[in-house]
Design a protein around this ligand. Sequence first.
Ligand code: LLP
Length: 400
Amino acid sequence: MDYRKLKQEFKTPFYLYHFDEIKENFLKLKQVFKARKSQIFYAMKANSNLSLLQMLAKLDSGFDCVSMGEIQRALKVGVKPYKIILSGVAKTREELEFALKSDILYVNLESEAEMLLLEDVAKFLNLKARISIRVNPNVDAKTHPYISTGLHENKFGVELDLARKMYLYAKNSHFLEPVGVHFHIGSQLMDFSPIHEAAQLVAQLVKELKALKIELKFFDVGGGLGVSYENEKEPHLYDYAQGILAALNGLDVTIGLEPGRFLVAKSGELVCSVLYEKITAKKRFVIVDAAMNDLMRPSLYNAYHEIILPYNQGEKSLCDVVGGICESGDFLAKQRELEQTKSGDILVVKNAGAYGFSMSSNYNTRMRPCELALENGKIRLIRQRESFKDLIALEENFLN
Ligand code: LLP
């Protein structure tokens, strides 16, 4: 990759996504489930750039959305409503109404209260809402506590017993139609046994419901596939699929998959430039033009992102790579061995395609970087760098 040329044309920092790799990941995942009917619903919270969504939509991807805005993104790039699902613990009446009017495939319900609200909205619109219930199977996903979601102490989903009760209620409602079941026990899972255990528990529920004449069509196993950030051994996709397929023996359902990170994490880079090196009594700091507002995973989760200096050579020494934000928590890497640098050197933060740009902010009134795509050997701009004008657009009219 000729980062220098890209820097000349687009300046730094910028995100660069390798679309061809993302396509490959998509097809690999589809392939391991080929023995059954399956539908990928890309969890767009990982990266919701419109061009990326459009590329995935062309591969026949569906989309897992968690807000009205995300549904609007999917519709904007021409996704058919029956390829869109809506998840999330805090859907508002407005969002539910929008989802029903848009005729999306189903809503993943996360509480009894939400079901009653949805029923009311459906009644108001005089239609039948297709629902799936997010079950919390109380399985420990063994991942970072911030992204672990399948234990009863987490806010997500409903317990199995309550789910059973809700399905019975929904079956008897004129305005609700149970079509699926859902679980998502956590993100960045490097061991699939918790997902497989959850799949077994939830498959049991589907069988019980079948006996009660509630026939579910979709078995949605959420996302969570982990990727290697620091040379960890990556679990095999094949094993992931086998455990799920095994749990579904004897059930005629379409498998719903909601991968986010797996599709995009490793195919994205945050490219920035060194501004200064600063050596204090205690430490060497490499200060760069990207910061925690561009990529907050290191600050928020202490996440590791590999960093390379593609054009530097020589001795390496320990340093912290930091941005310009007025917080000591603003770092991209800590205690990292890197070559000596000088102002203008290019530094690449790897594996930043998931939860990078999508979690970025304008903190310190910093403009978010531009985004580029590499597809079929060609680079193109897919989001322009923000300007000061963009940033103040919603404020300036209110000045006295
Ligand atoms: N489905 C549901 C209902 C989810 O809540 C999530 C992620 C996914 C699918 C996609 O999960 P994935 O395949 O990406 O693991 N910001 C954190 C990750 C938060 C994940 C939230 N939910 C990070 O940067 O690691």
